[in-house]
Write a protein that binds this ligand. Structure first.
Ligand code: PGA
Length: 256
C-alpha cells in the first residue's frame, strides 16, 4: 500500500568473505543478472575489496557499500576506517551496528549512533541494523529491545538525514542459522519499527524509510517476505555470495 513512497533495497552483506579477485569475479557474475532490477541493488563488501568492487561495477546498477566505518575523521584508531576514506573511493552505503559487530566487537548503541551520525555527515547512506536475541524474543521483549535500539542508534539524526537511512531488522537468532523469521514475524517487527519512527519523527518521514528484513533470507523465502507491506527489501548474508540466489532475491523485490 505504502510501498510506492519508498525504495526497495536488496543489499548483500558479504561479511568476511571474498578476496579482491574473487569479489571482482562474483560482481561480474551478478551484474548481468540484476541489470533490469526494479529495486536498488547494493553489495557491501570487505574494506580491501571496495576499490576493486567499485571498478568492477562501473556502468552497472550495482552500488557498493562498506561493512562499517569509524566516527572520527582521522587519528589514533588503529585498524579503523574513516568515512572520508570511504567517500573518496566512491562508496555509497555502509552497514552499521550489525549484530556480529555488537556481539563480537563490543559495538554498542552509543557507538552505532556515533558511526551513523558521522556516515550521514559525510554523505554516506547507513544501513542501521537492529534486532533481538533469541532469549529476548522468548522473554517477550522484542519490541522493547528494538524500540530502544532505534531510539539510541538514531539519536540526534534529523528528519532530513533520515531520508538517507535504511533500517535492517535482523533478528539475531535468524542470522546465518537457516532459521528465517516467518513473513508474519518480520512484518510485525518492521511495522513496529515504522511506528517507532512515526513517534520519533512524523508519519510522512516514517513512511518514506526503507526497512529491510535480514536473517537467512534466500531465493526460496524472499517472495513471501517481500510481499509484506512493511518489508521493503533485504540485507542478505549467505545467499548474497551466490550470484543466482542473490539475483533471484532481486527479482523477488522487483516483482513485489
Ligand atoms: P544471513 O545473514 O542471510 O546469512 O542470515 C544476514 C546478515 O547477517 O545480514
Amino acid at each position: 500500500m505504502k510501498k510506492d513512497v519508498r525504495k526497495a533495497i536488496i543489499a548483500g552483506n558479504w561479511k568476511m568473505n571474498k578476496t579482491p579477485s574473487e569479489a571482482k569475479a562474483l560482481l561480474e557474475e551478478i551484474a548481468p543478472l540484476v541489470k533490469d532490477a526494479g529495486c536498488e541493488v547494493v553489495a557491501c563488501v570487505p574494506y580491501v575489496d571496495l576499490a576493486t568492487a567499485i571498478e568492477a561495477t562501473k556502468g552497472t546498477n550495482i552500488k557498493i557499500g562498506a561493512e562499517n566505518c569509524h566516527w572520527a575523521e582521522s587519528g589514533a584508531f588503529t585498524g579503523e576506517i574513516s568515512t572520508g576514506m570511504l567517500k573518496e573511493i566512491g562508496v555509497e552505503y555502509v552497514v552499521l551496528g550489525h549484530s556480529e559487530r555488537r556481539q563480537y566487537f563490543g559495538e554498542t548503541d552509543e557507538t552505532v549512533n556515533k558511526r551513523t551520525k558521522a556516515a550521514l555527515a559525510a554523505g554516506l547512506k547507513p544501513i542501521v541494523c537492529v534486532g533481538e536475541l533469541l532469549w529476548e524474543r522468548e522473554c517477550n521483549i522484542t519490541e522493547e529491545v528494538v524500540a530502544r535500539q532505534i531510539k539510541l542508534d538514531l539519536w540526534d539524526v534529523t528528519e532530513e538525514e533520515l531520508k538517507n537511512v535504511t533500517i535492517a531488522y535482523e533478528p539475531v537468532w535468524a542470522i546465518g542459522t537457516g532459521k528465517t523469521a516467518t513473513a508474519e514475524q518480520a512484518e510485525e517487527v518492521c511495522a513496529f519499527i515504522r511506528e517507532c519512527l512515526k513517534k520519533l519523527y512524523n508519519e510522512a518521514a516514517a513512511e518514506a524509510v526503507t526497512i529491510q528484513y535480514g536473517g537467512s533470507m534466500n531465493d526460496k523465502n524472499a517472495d513471501e517476505l517481500l510481499q509484506k507491506v512493511n518489508v521493503d527489501g533485504g540485507l542478505i548474508g549467505g545467499a548474497s555470495l551466490v550470484a543466482e540466489k542473490f539475483a533471484a532475491i532481486v527479482a523477488a523485490a522487483t516483482r513485489n
